[in-house]
Design a protein around this ligand. Structure first.
Ligand SMILES: [Zn+2]
Length: 334
């Protein structure tokens, strides 16, 4: 049941049934005294229903998600037939301007939740997002992309053992559902504590807008909104059932050099499949990086130059796979 069937107040403004408003989260100034305003776009139907949040750009360089939320707005998919849709296309406007993951104070906003009123700049943002926005939200989807050149196959990340999140992840129907524990200080962890079911979408890589990833994200939102009966679209996009991945780990570079990817992203590979070759620039060596066991390649590092030890491929670990654990340290960022 929605938390706000009647009265909805956000950032000090009341939004009446049938109203749409752009509000601004204003918390800080740049060193130039320029005020920073984070647009929060709210569309409320006359009919009661859930309040949902679609947020992106918590990492300023993860612009696939920003484009997904932008498309929701321009295609008017954020106009509900019932309930309320809140869109925040760019939470970390600082990072977006600088094309960087972090806040200008060097902090990662997705590691400082729940933040505090008098804390660091990033901490204050986290605090106000939790205090001002999350309490009215029934469901949320937060959009991310792989760090640097690490390209994520479209996936929904949820904690294991939560039937409601699993159901929603299946409705969203990205190709993969990855079980991953909540990271300390993340928005997802804060949402779980606030008992707001949140799906975390990962797709593509930073500073890149990938049409297939964006398409997957937008279609997932359409499916969710129709599932919640907040919209009644005639042509809800059909999707294949998502593949659940219970465990995963990273395959790392065994040498520094040029990385020549073999293009298995999103595919199932057998043990021993050559995922990429690492070469030096002088034609002296070629080293094949092989899959240590079978599984789905859910992230590929598409950087041309890699260092020894760099995470190259995020590979699912199937129940049937014999895994030599020394290959792995799971550091999948979100
Ligand atoms: Zn992210």
């Amino acid at each position: 049941m929605s938390k706000n069937q009647k009265k909805l107040t956000l950032l000090g403004e009341e939004i009446l049934p049938g109203q749409s408003k752009t509000l601004y989260l204003e918390l800080a100034r740049l060193p130039t005294a320029t005020k920073l305003k984070i647009p929060v776009i709210v569309c409320r139907s006359k009919k009661p229903g859930p309040t949902v949040l679609f947020s992106a750009g918590i990492h300023g360089d993860e612009i696939n998600g920003v484009e997904i939320v932008r498309q929701l707005i321009v295609r008017k998919l954020n106009k509900p037939d019932a309930g309320t849709i809140i869109c925040i296309p760019v939470i970390n406007i600082f990072g977006f301007v600088n094309q960087s993951r972090e806040f200008p104070d060097g902090r990662d906003l997705n590691r400082v939740f729940p933040g505090s009123k008098k804390g660091s700049m990033a901490g204050r943002f986290a605090y106000y997002i939790l205090k001002e926005i999350l309490p009215v939200v029934d469901f949320a989807v937060d959009f991310h992309a792989g760090g640097a050149k690490r390209f994520n196959a479209a996936q929904i990340r949820i904690v294991p053992g939560d039937p409601q999140l699993l159901e929603l992840a299946h409705v969203f129907a990205a190709p993969f559902i990855l079980y991953s524990k909540n990271i300390s200080g993340s928005f997802r962890t804060a949402a779980e504590k606030a008992k707001v079911p949140m799906l975390l979408f990962e797709g593509g890589m930073s500073l890149d807008i990938n049409p297939q990833i964006v398409h997957c994200g937008v279609n997932g939102v359409i499916r969710l909104l129709n599932f919640w009966q907040m919209r009644k679209d005639k042509d809800v996009p059909i999707a294949s059932e998502a593949t659940i991945l219970e465990r995963s780990g990273w395959v790392r570079a065994k040498a520094s050099g040029f990385c020549h990817d073999r293009g298995f992203l999103g595919k199932f590979v057998q043990k021993g499949t050559v995922l990429c070759e690492i070469t030096d620039p002088f034609g002296k060596f070629v080293q094949a990086i092989k899959a240590p066991h079978h599984g789905y390649v859910i992230n590929a590092n598409l950087g041309s130059i890699v260092y020894e030890g760099d995470a190259l491929y995020h590979l699912s670990i199937e129940k049937s796979a014999a895994v030599e654990s020394q290959f792995y340290k799971n550091d999948g960022q979100e």
